[in-house]
Design a protein around this ligand. Structure first.
Ligand SMILES: [Zn+2]
Length: 340
C-alpha cells in the first residue's frame, strides 16, 4: 500500500510537471510512455480514490481520481484529544471553574484559520449591544439583532458541547473548537444540533429567536477561552462578516468584562493610565515585536527539534510562544506555529 502511494505521488509530480505543455506523454528518463498512463490512471471526475496518513494522526490526505488531493481531519484522533475530553460537560455552561485565572498565559497565540480550518460568520450584522459592563451587569458577549427564524451558522470547526435551554441564555449552543476557543449562541428559537456532534464552520446549527432573558430577537454570541469570555470583536468584524486576523494573540487582560475591543493594539485600561509618551513607546514596542514574530507552517515530516534548529532557537522557546504546544505534541500539517 505504502509503495503504491509513493508511486502515485511520484506520478502526480510528473503529471504536474508536464501539465503545462498540454501533452499526454510523460518522459521518464530515456523511456517514453504514451497513453498508457491514461489507461492506468485514467483522469476521472474528482472522486476520492484513496487516503494517506501523514505525520499527524489528526490529518489525512485524500487522493482524487483527477490527480488532485485535499486534506481532511481524522475525527477519531480528534475525539481522543485532551481538548475534547477534559473539562467536558454537556450540561454545565462553564466546566472550567476550577481553572485559576493565573493559569492563563499573559499572551496566548491562537491559530484561528489554516489550510484545514476555516471561519464562517455566525450572523452578519451590526452589533447592537457590545461586550462589556452595561447597567452594572457584565455582558459577556455581543448582541446582533435579527428576525426570528434567521439561520445561525457555526463559526469554526469543532464539537457541540452543550445544546439545550439554559435560564437567561434561552436555547443555547456551545461549541468547542480545535483552536481551544468555545463559541456560544444564545436566545435561539430552534436548536438543530446535539451535544457530541462534530460540526464544521458554516454548518447551520439553529435558528435565531428571543428565548431566555431577551428583549427581542437577537443573537447573543460569545467567545471564551478556558471558560473566560472575551470580546468577540477582537477576532470578528460582524458588519463585514469577516475574521480580523488568522492568528490571534489573546492577552490575559482581554478576559474581563471591563476589557472591550479597541481597534488599536493597546488595551483600553492600559491606555487610561499611560502618558502620550508611554503609549507611543508601547506602540513602538508592539510594532517591533510584531516585526520580529516569525511563523512556520508545519509540513509533513517536520519535528519540533528540526524546526528549532532551522530557526536557530530551542524547542522549549517555541513551546513557550505557542499555547498548549509541548515537546511531545503531534504537529498537524498546515498548522502555523510561532518560532520567534
Ligand atoms: Zn447578549
Amino acid at each position: 500500500m505504502r509503495i503504491f502511494c509513493i508511486l502515485v505521488f511520484s506520478l502526480l509530480g510528473l503529471f504536474n510537471a508536464y501539465a503545462q505543455d498540454d501533452s499526454t506523454s510523460v518522459v521518464l528518463g530515456d523511456a517514453q510512455f504514451d497513453g498508457e498512463f491514461s489507461t492506468i490512471f485514467a483522469k476521472g471526475n474528482g472522486a476520492a480514490v484513496d487516503t494517506l496518513d501523514v505525520g499527524d494522526r489528526r490529518v489525512r490526505i485524500v487522493l482524487r481520481d483527477d490527480n488532485t488531493w485535499f486534506l481532511i481531519k481524522n475525527v477519531e484522533a480528534l475525539e481522543e484529544d485532551e481538548l475534547f475530553t477534559s473539562y467536558w460537560s454537556e450540561h454545565v455552561v462553564n466546566p472550567y471553574t476550577k481553572e485559576p485565572f493565573d493559569s492563563v498565559r499573559y499572551r496566548t497565540t491562537i491559530c484561528l484559520v489554516d489550510s484545514v480550518s476555516h471561519f464562517v460568520c455566525p450572523h452578519k450584522g451590526k452589533v447592537f449591544s457590545p461586550f462589556g459592563v452595561r447597567r452594572g451587569r457584565a455582558h459577556t458577549g455581543c448582541d446582533i439583532p435579527y428576525p426570528t427564524g434567521t439561520p445561525v451558522y457555526c463559526a469554526f470547526d469543532g464539537r457541540v458541547r452543550l445544546a439545550e435551554r439554559h435560564r437567561g441564555y434561552g436555547n443555547l449552543i456551545i461549541i468547542r473548537h480545535e483552536n481551544g476557543l468555545e463559541t456560544f449562541y444564545g436566545h435561539l428559537s430552534r436548536i438543530d444540533v446535539k451535544a457530541g456532534d462534530w460540526v464544521h464552520a458554516g454548518d447551520l446549527i439553529g435558528l435565531g429567536g428571543s428565548t431566555g432573558r431577551s428583549s427581542g430577537p437577537h443573537l447573543h454570541f460569545e467567545t471564551r477561552y478556558r471558560g473566560y469570555a472575551f470580546d468577540p470583536q477582537w477576532i470578528i468584524d460582524f458588519e463585514s462578516g469577516t475574521l480580523r486576523k488568522n492568528v490571534f494573540v489573546l492577552r490575559r487582560s482581554y478576559l474581563s468584562a471591563y476589557s472591550r475591543y479597541v481597534p488599536e493594539s493597546i488595551d483600553e485600561e492600559e491606555e487610561i493610565y499611560m502618558t502620550e509618551e508611554q503609549i507611543r513607546a508601547e506602540e513602538e514596542r508592539i510594532a517591533k515585536e510584531r516585526a520580529a514574530m516569525k511563523y512556520h507552517t508545519i509540513r509533513s515530516g517536520d519535528t519540533l527539534s528540526g524546526i528549532a534548529k532551522k530557526y536557530g532557537t530551542t524547542v522549549s522557546h517555541i513551546c513557550s510562544l505557542n499555547s498548549g504546544l509541548k515537546p511531545t505534541t503531534v504537529l498537524s500539517v498546515g498548522r502555523k506555529i510561532r518560532v520567534h
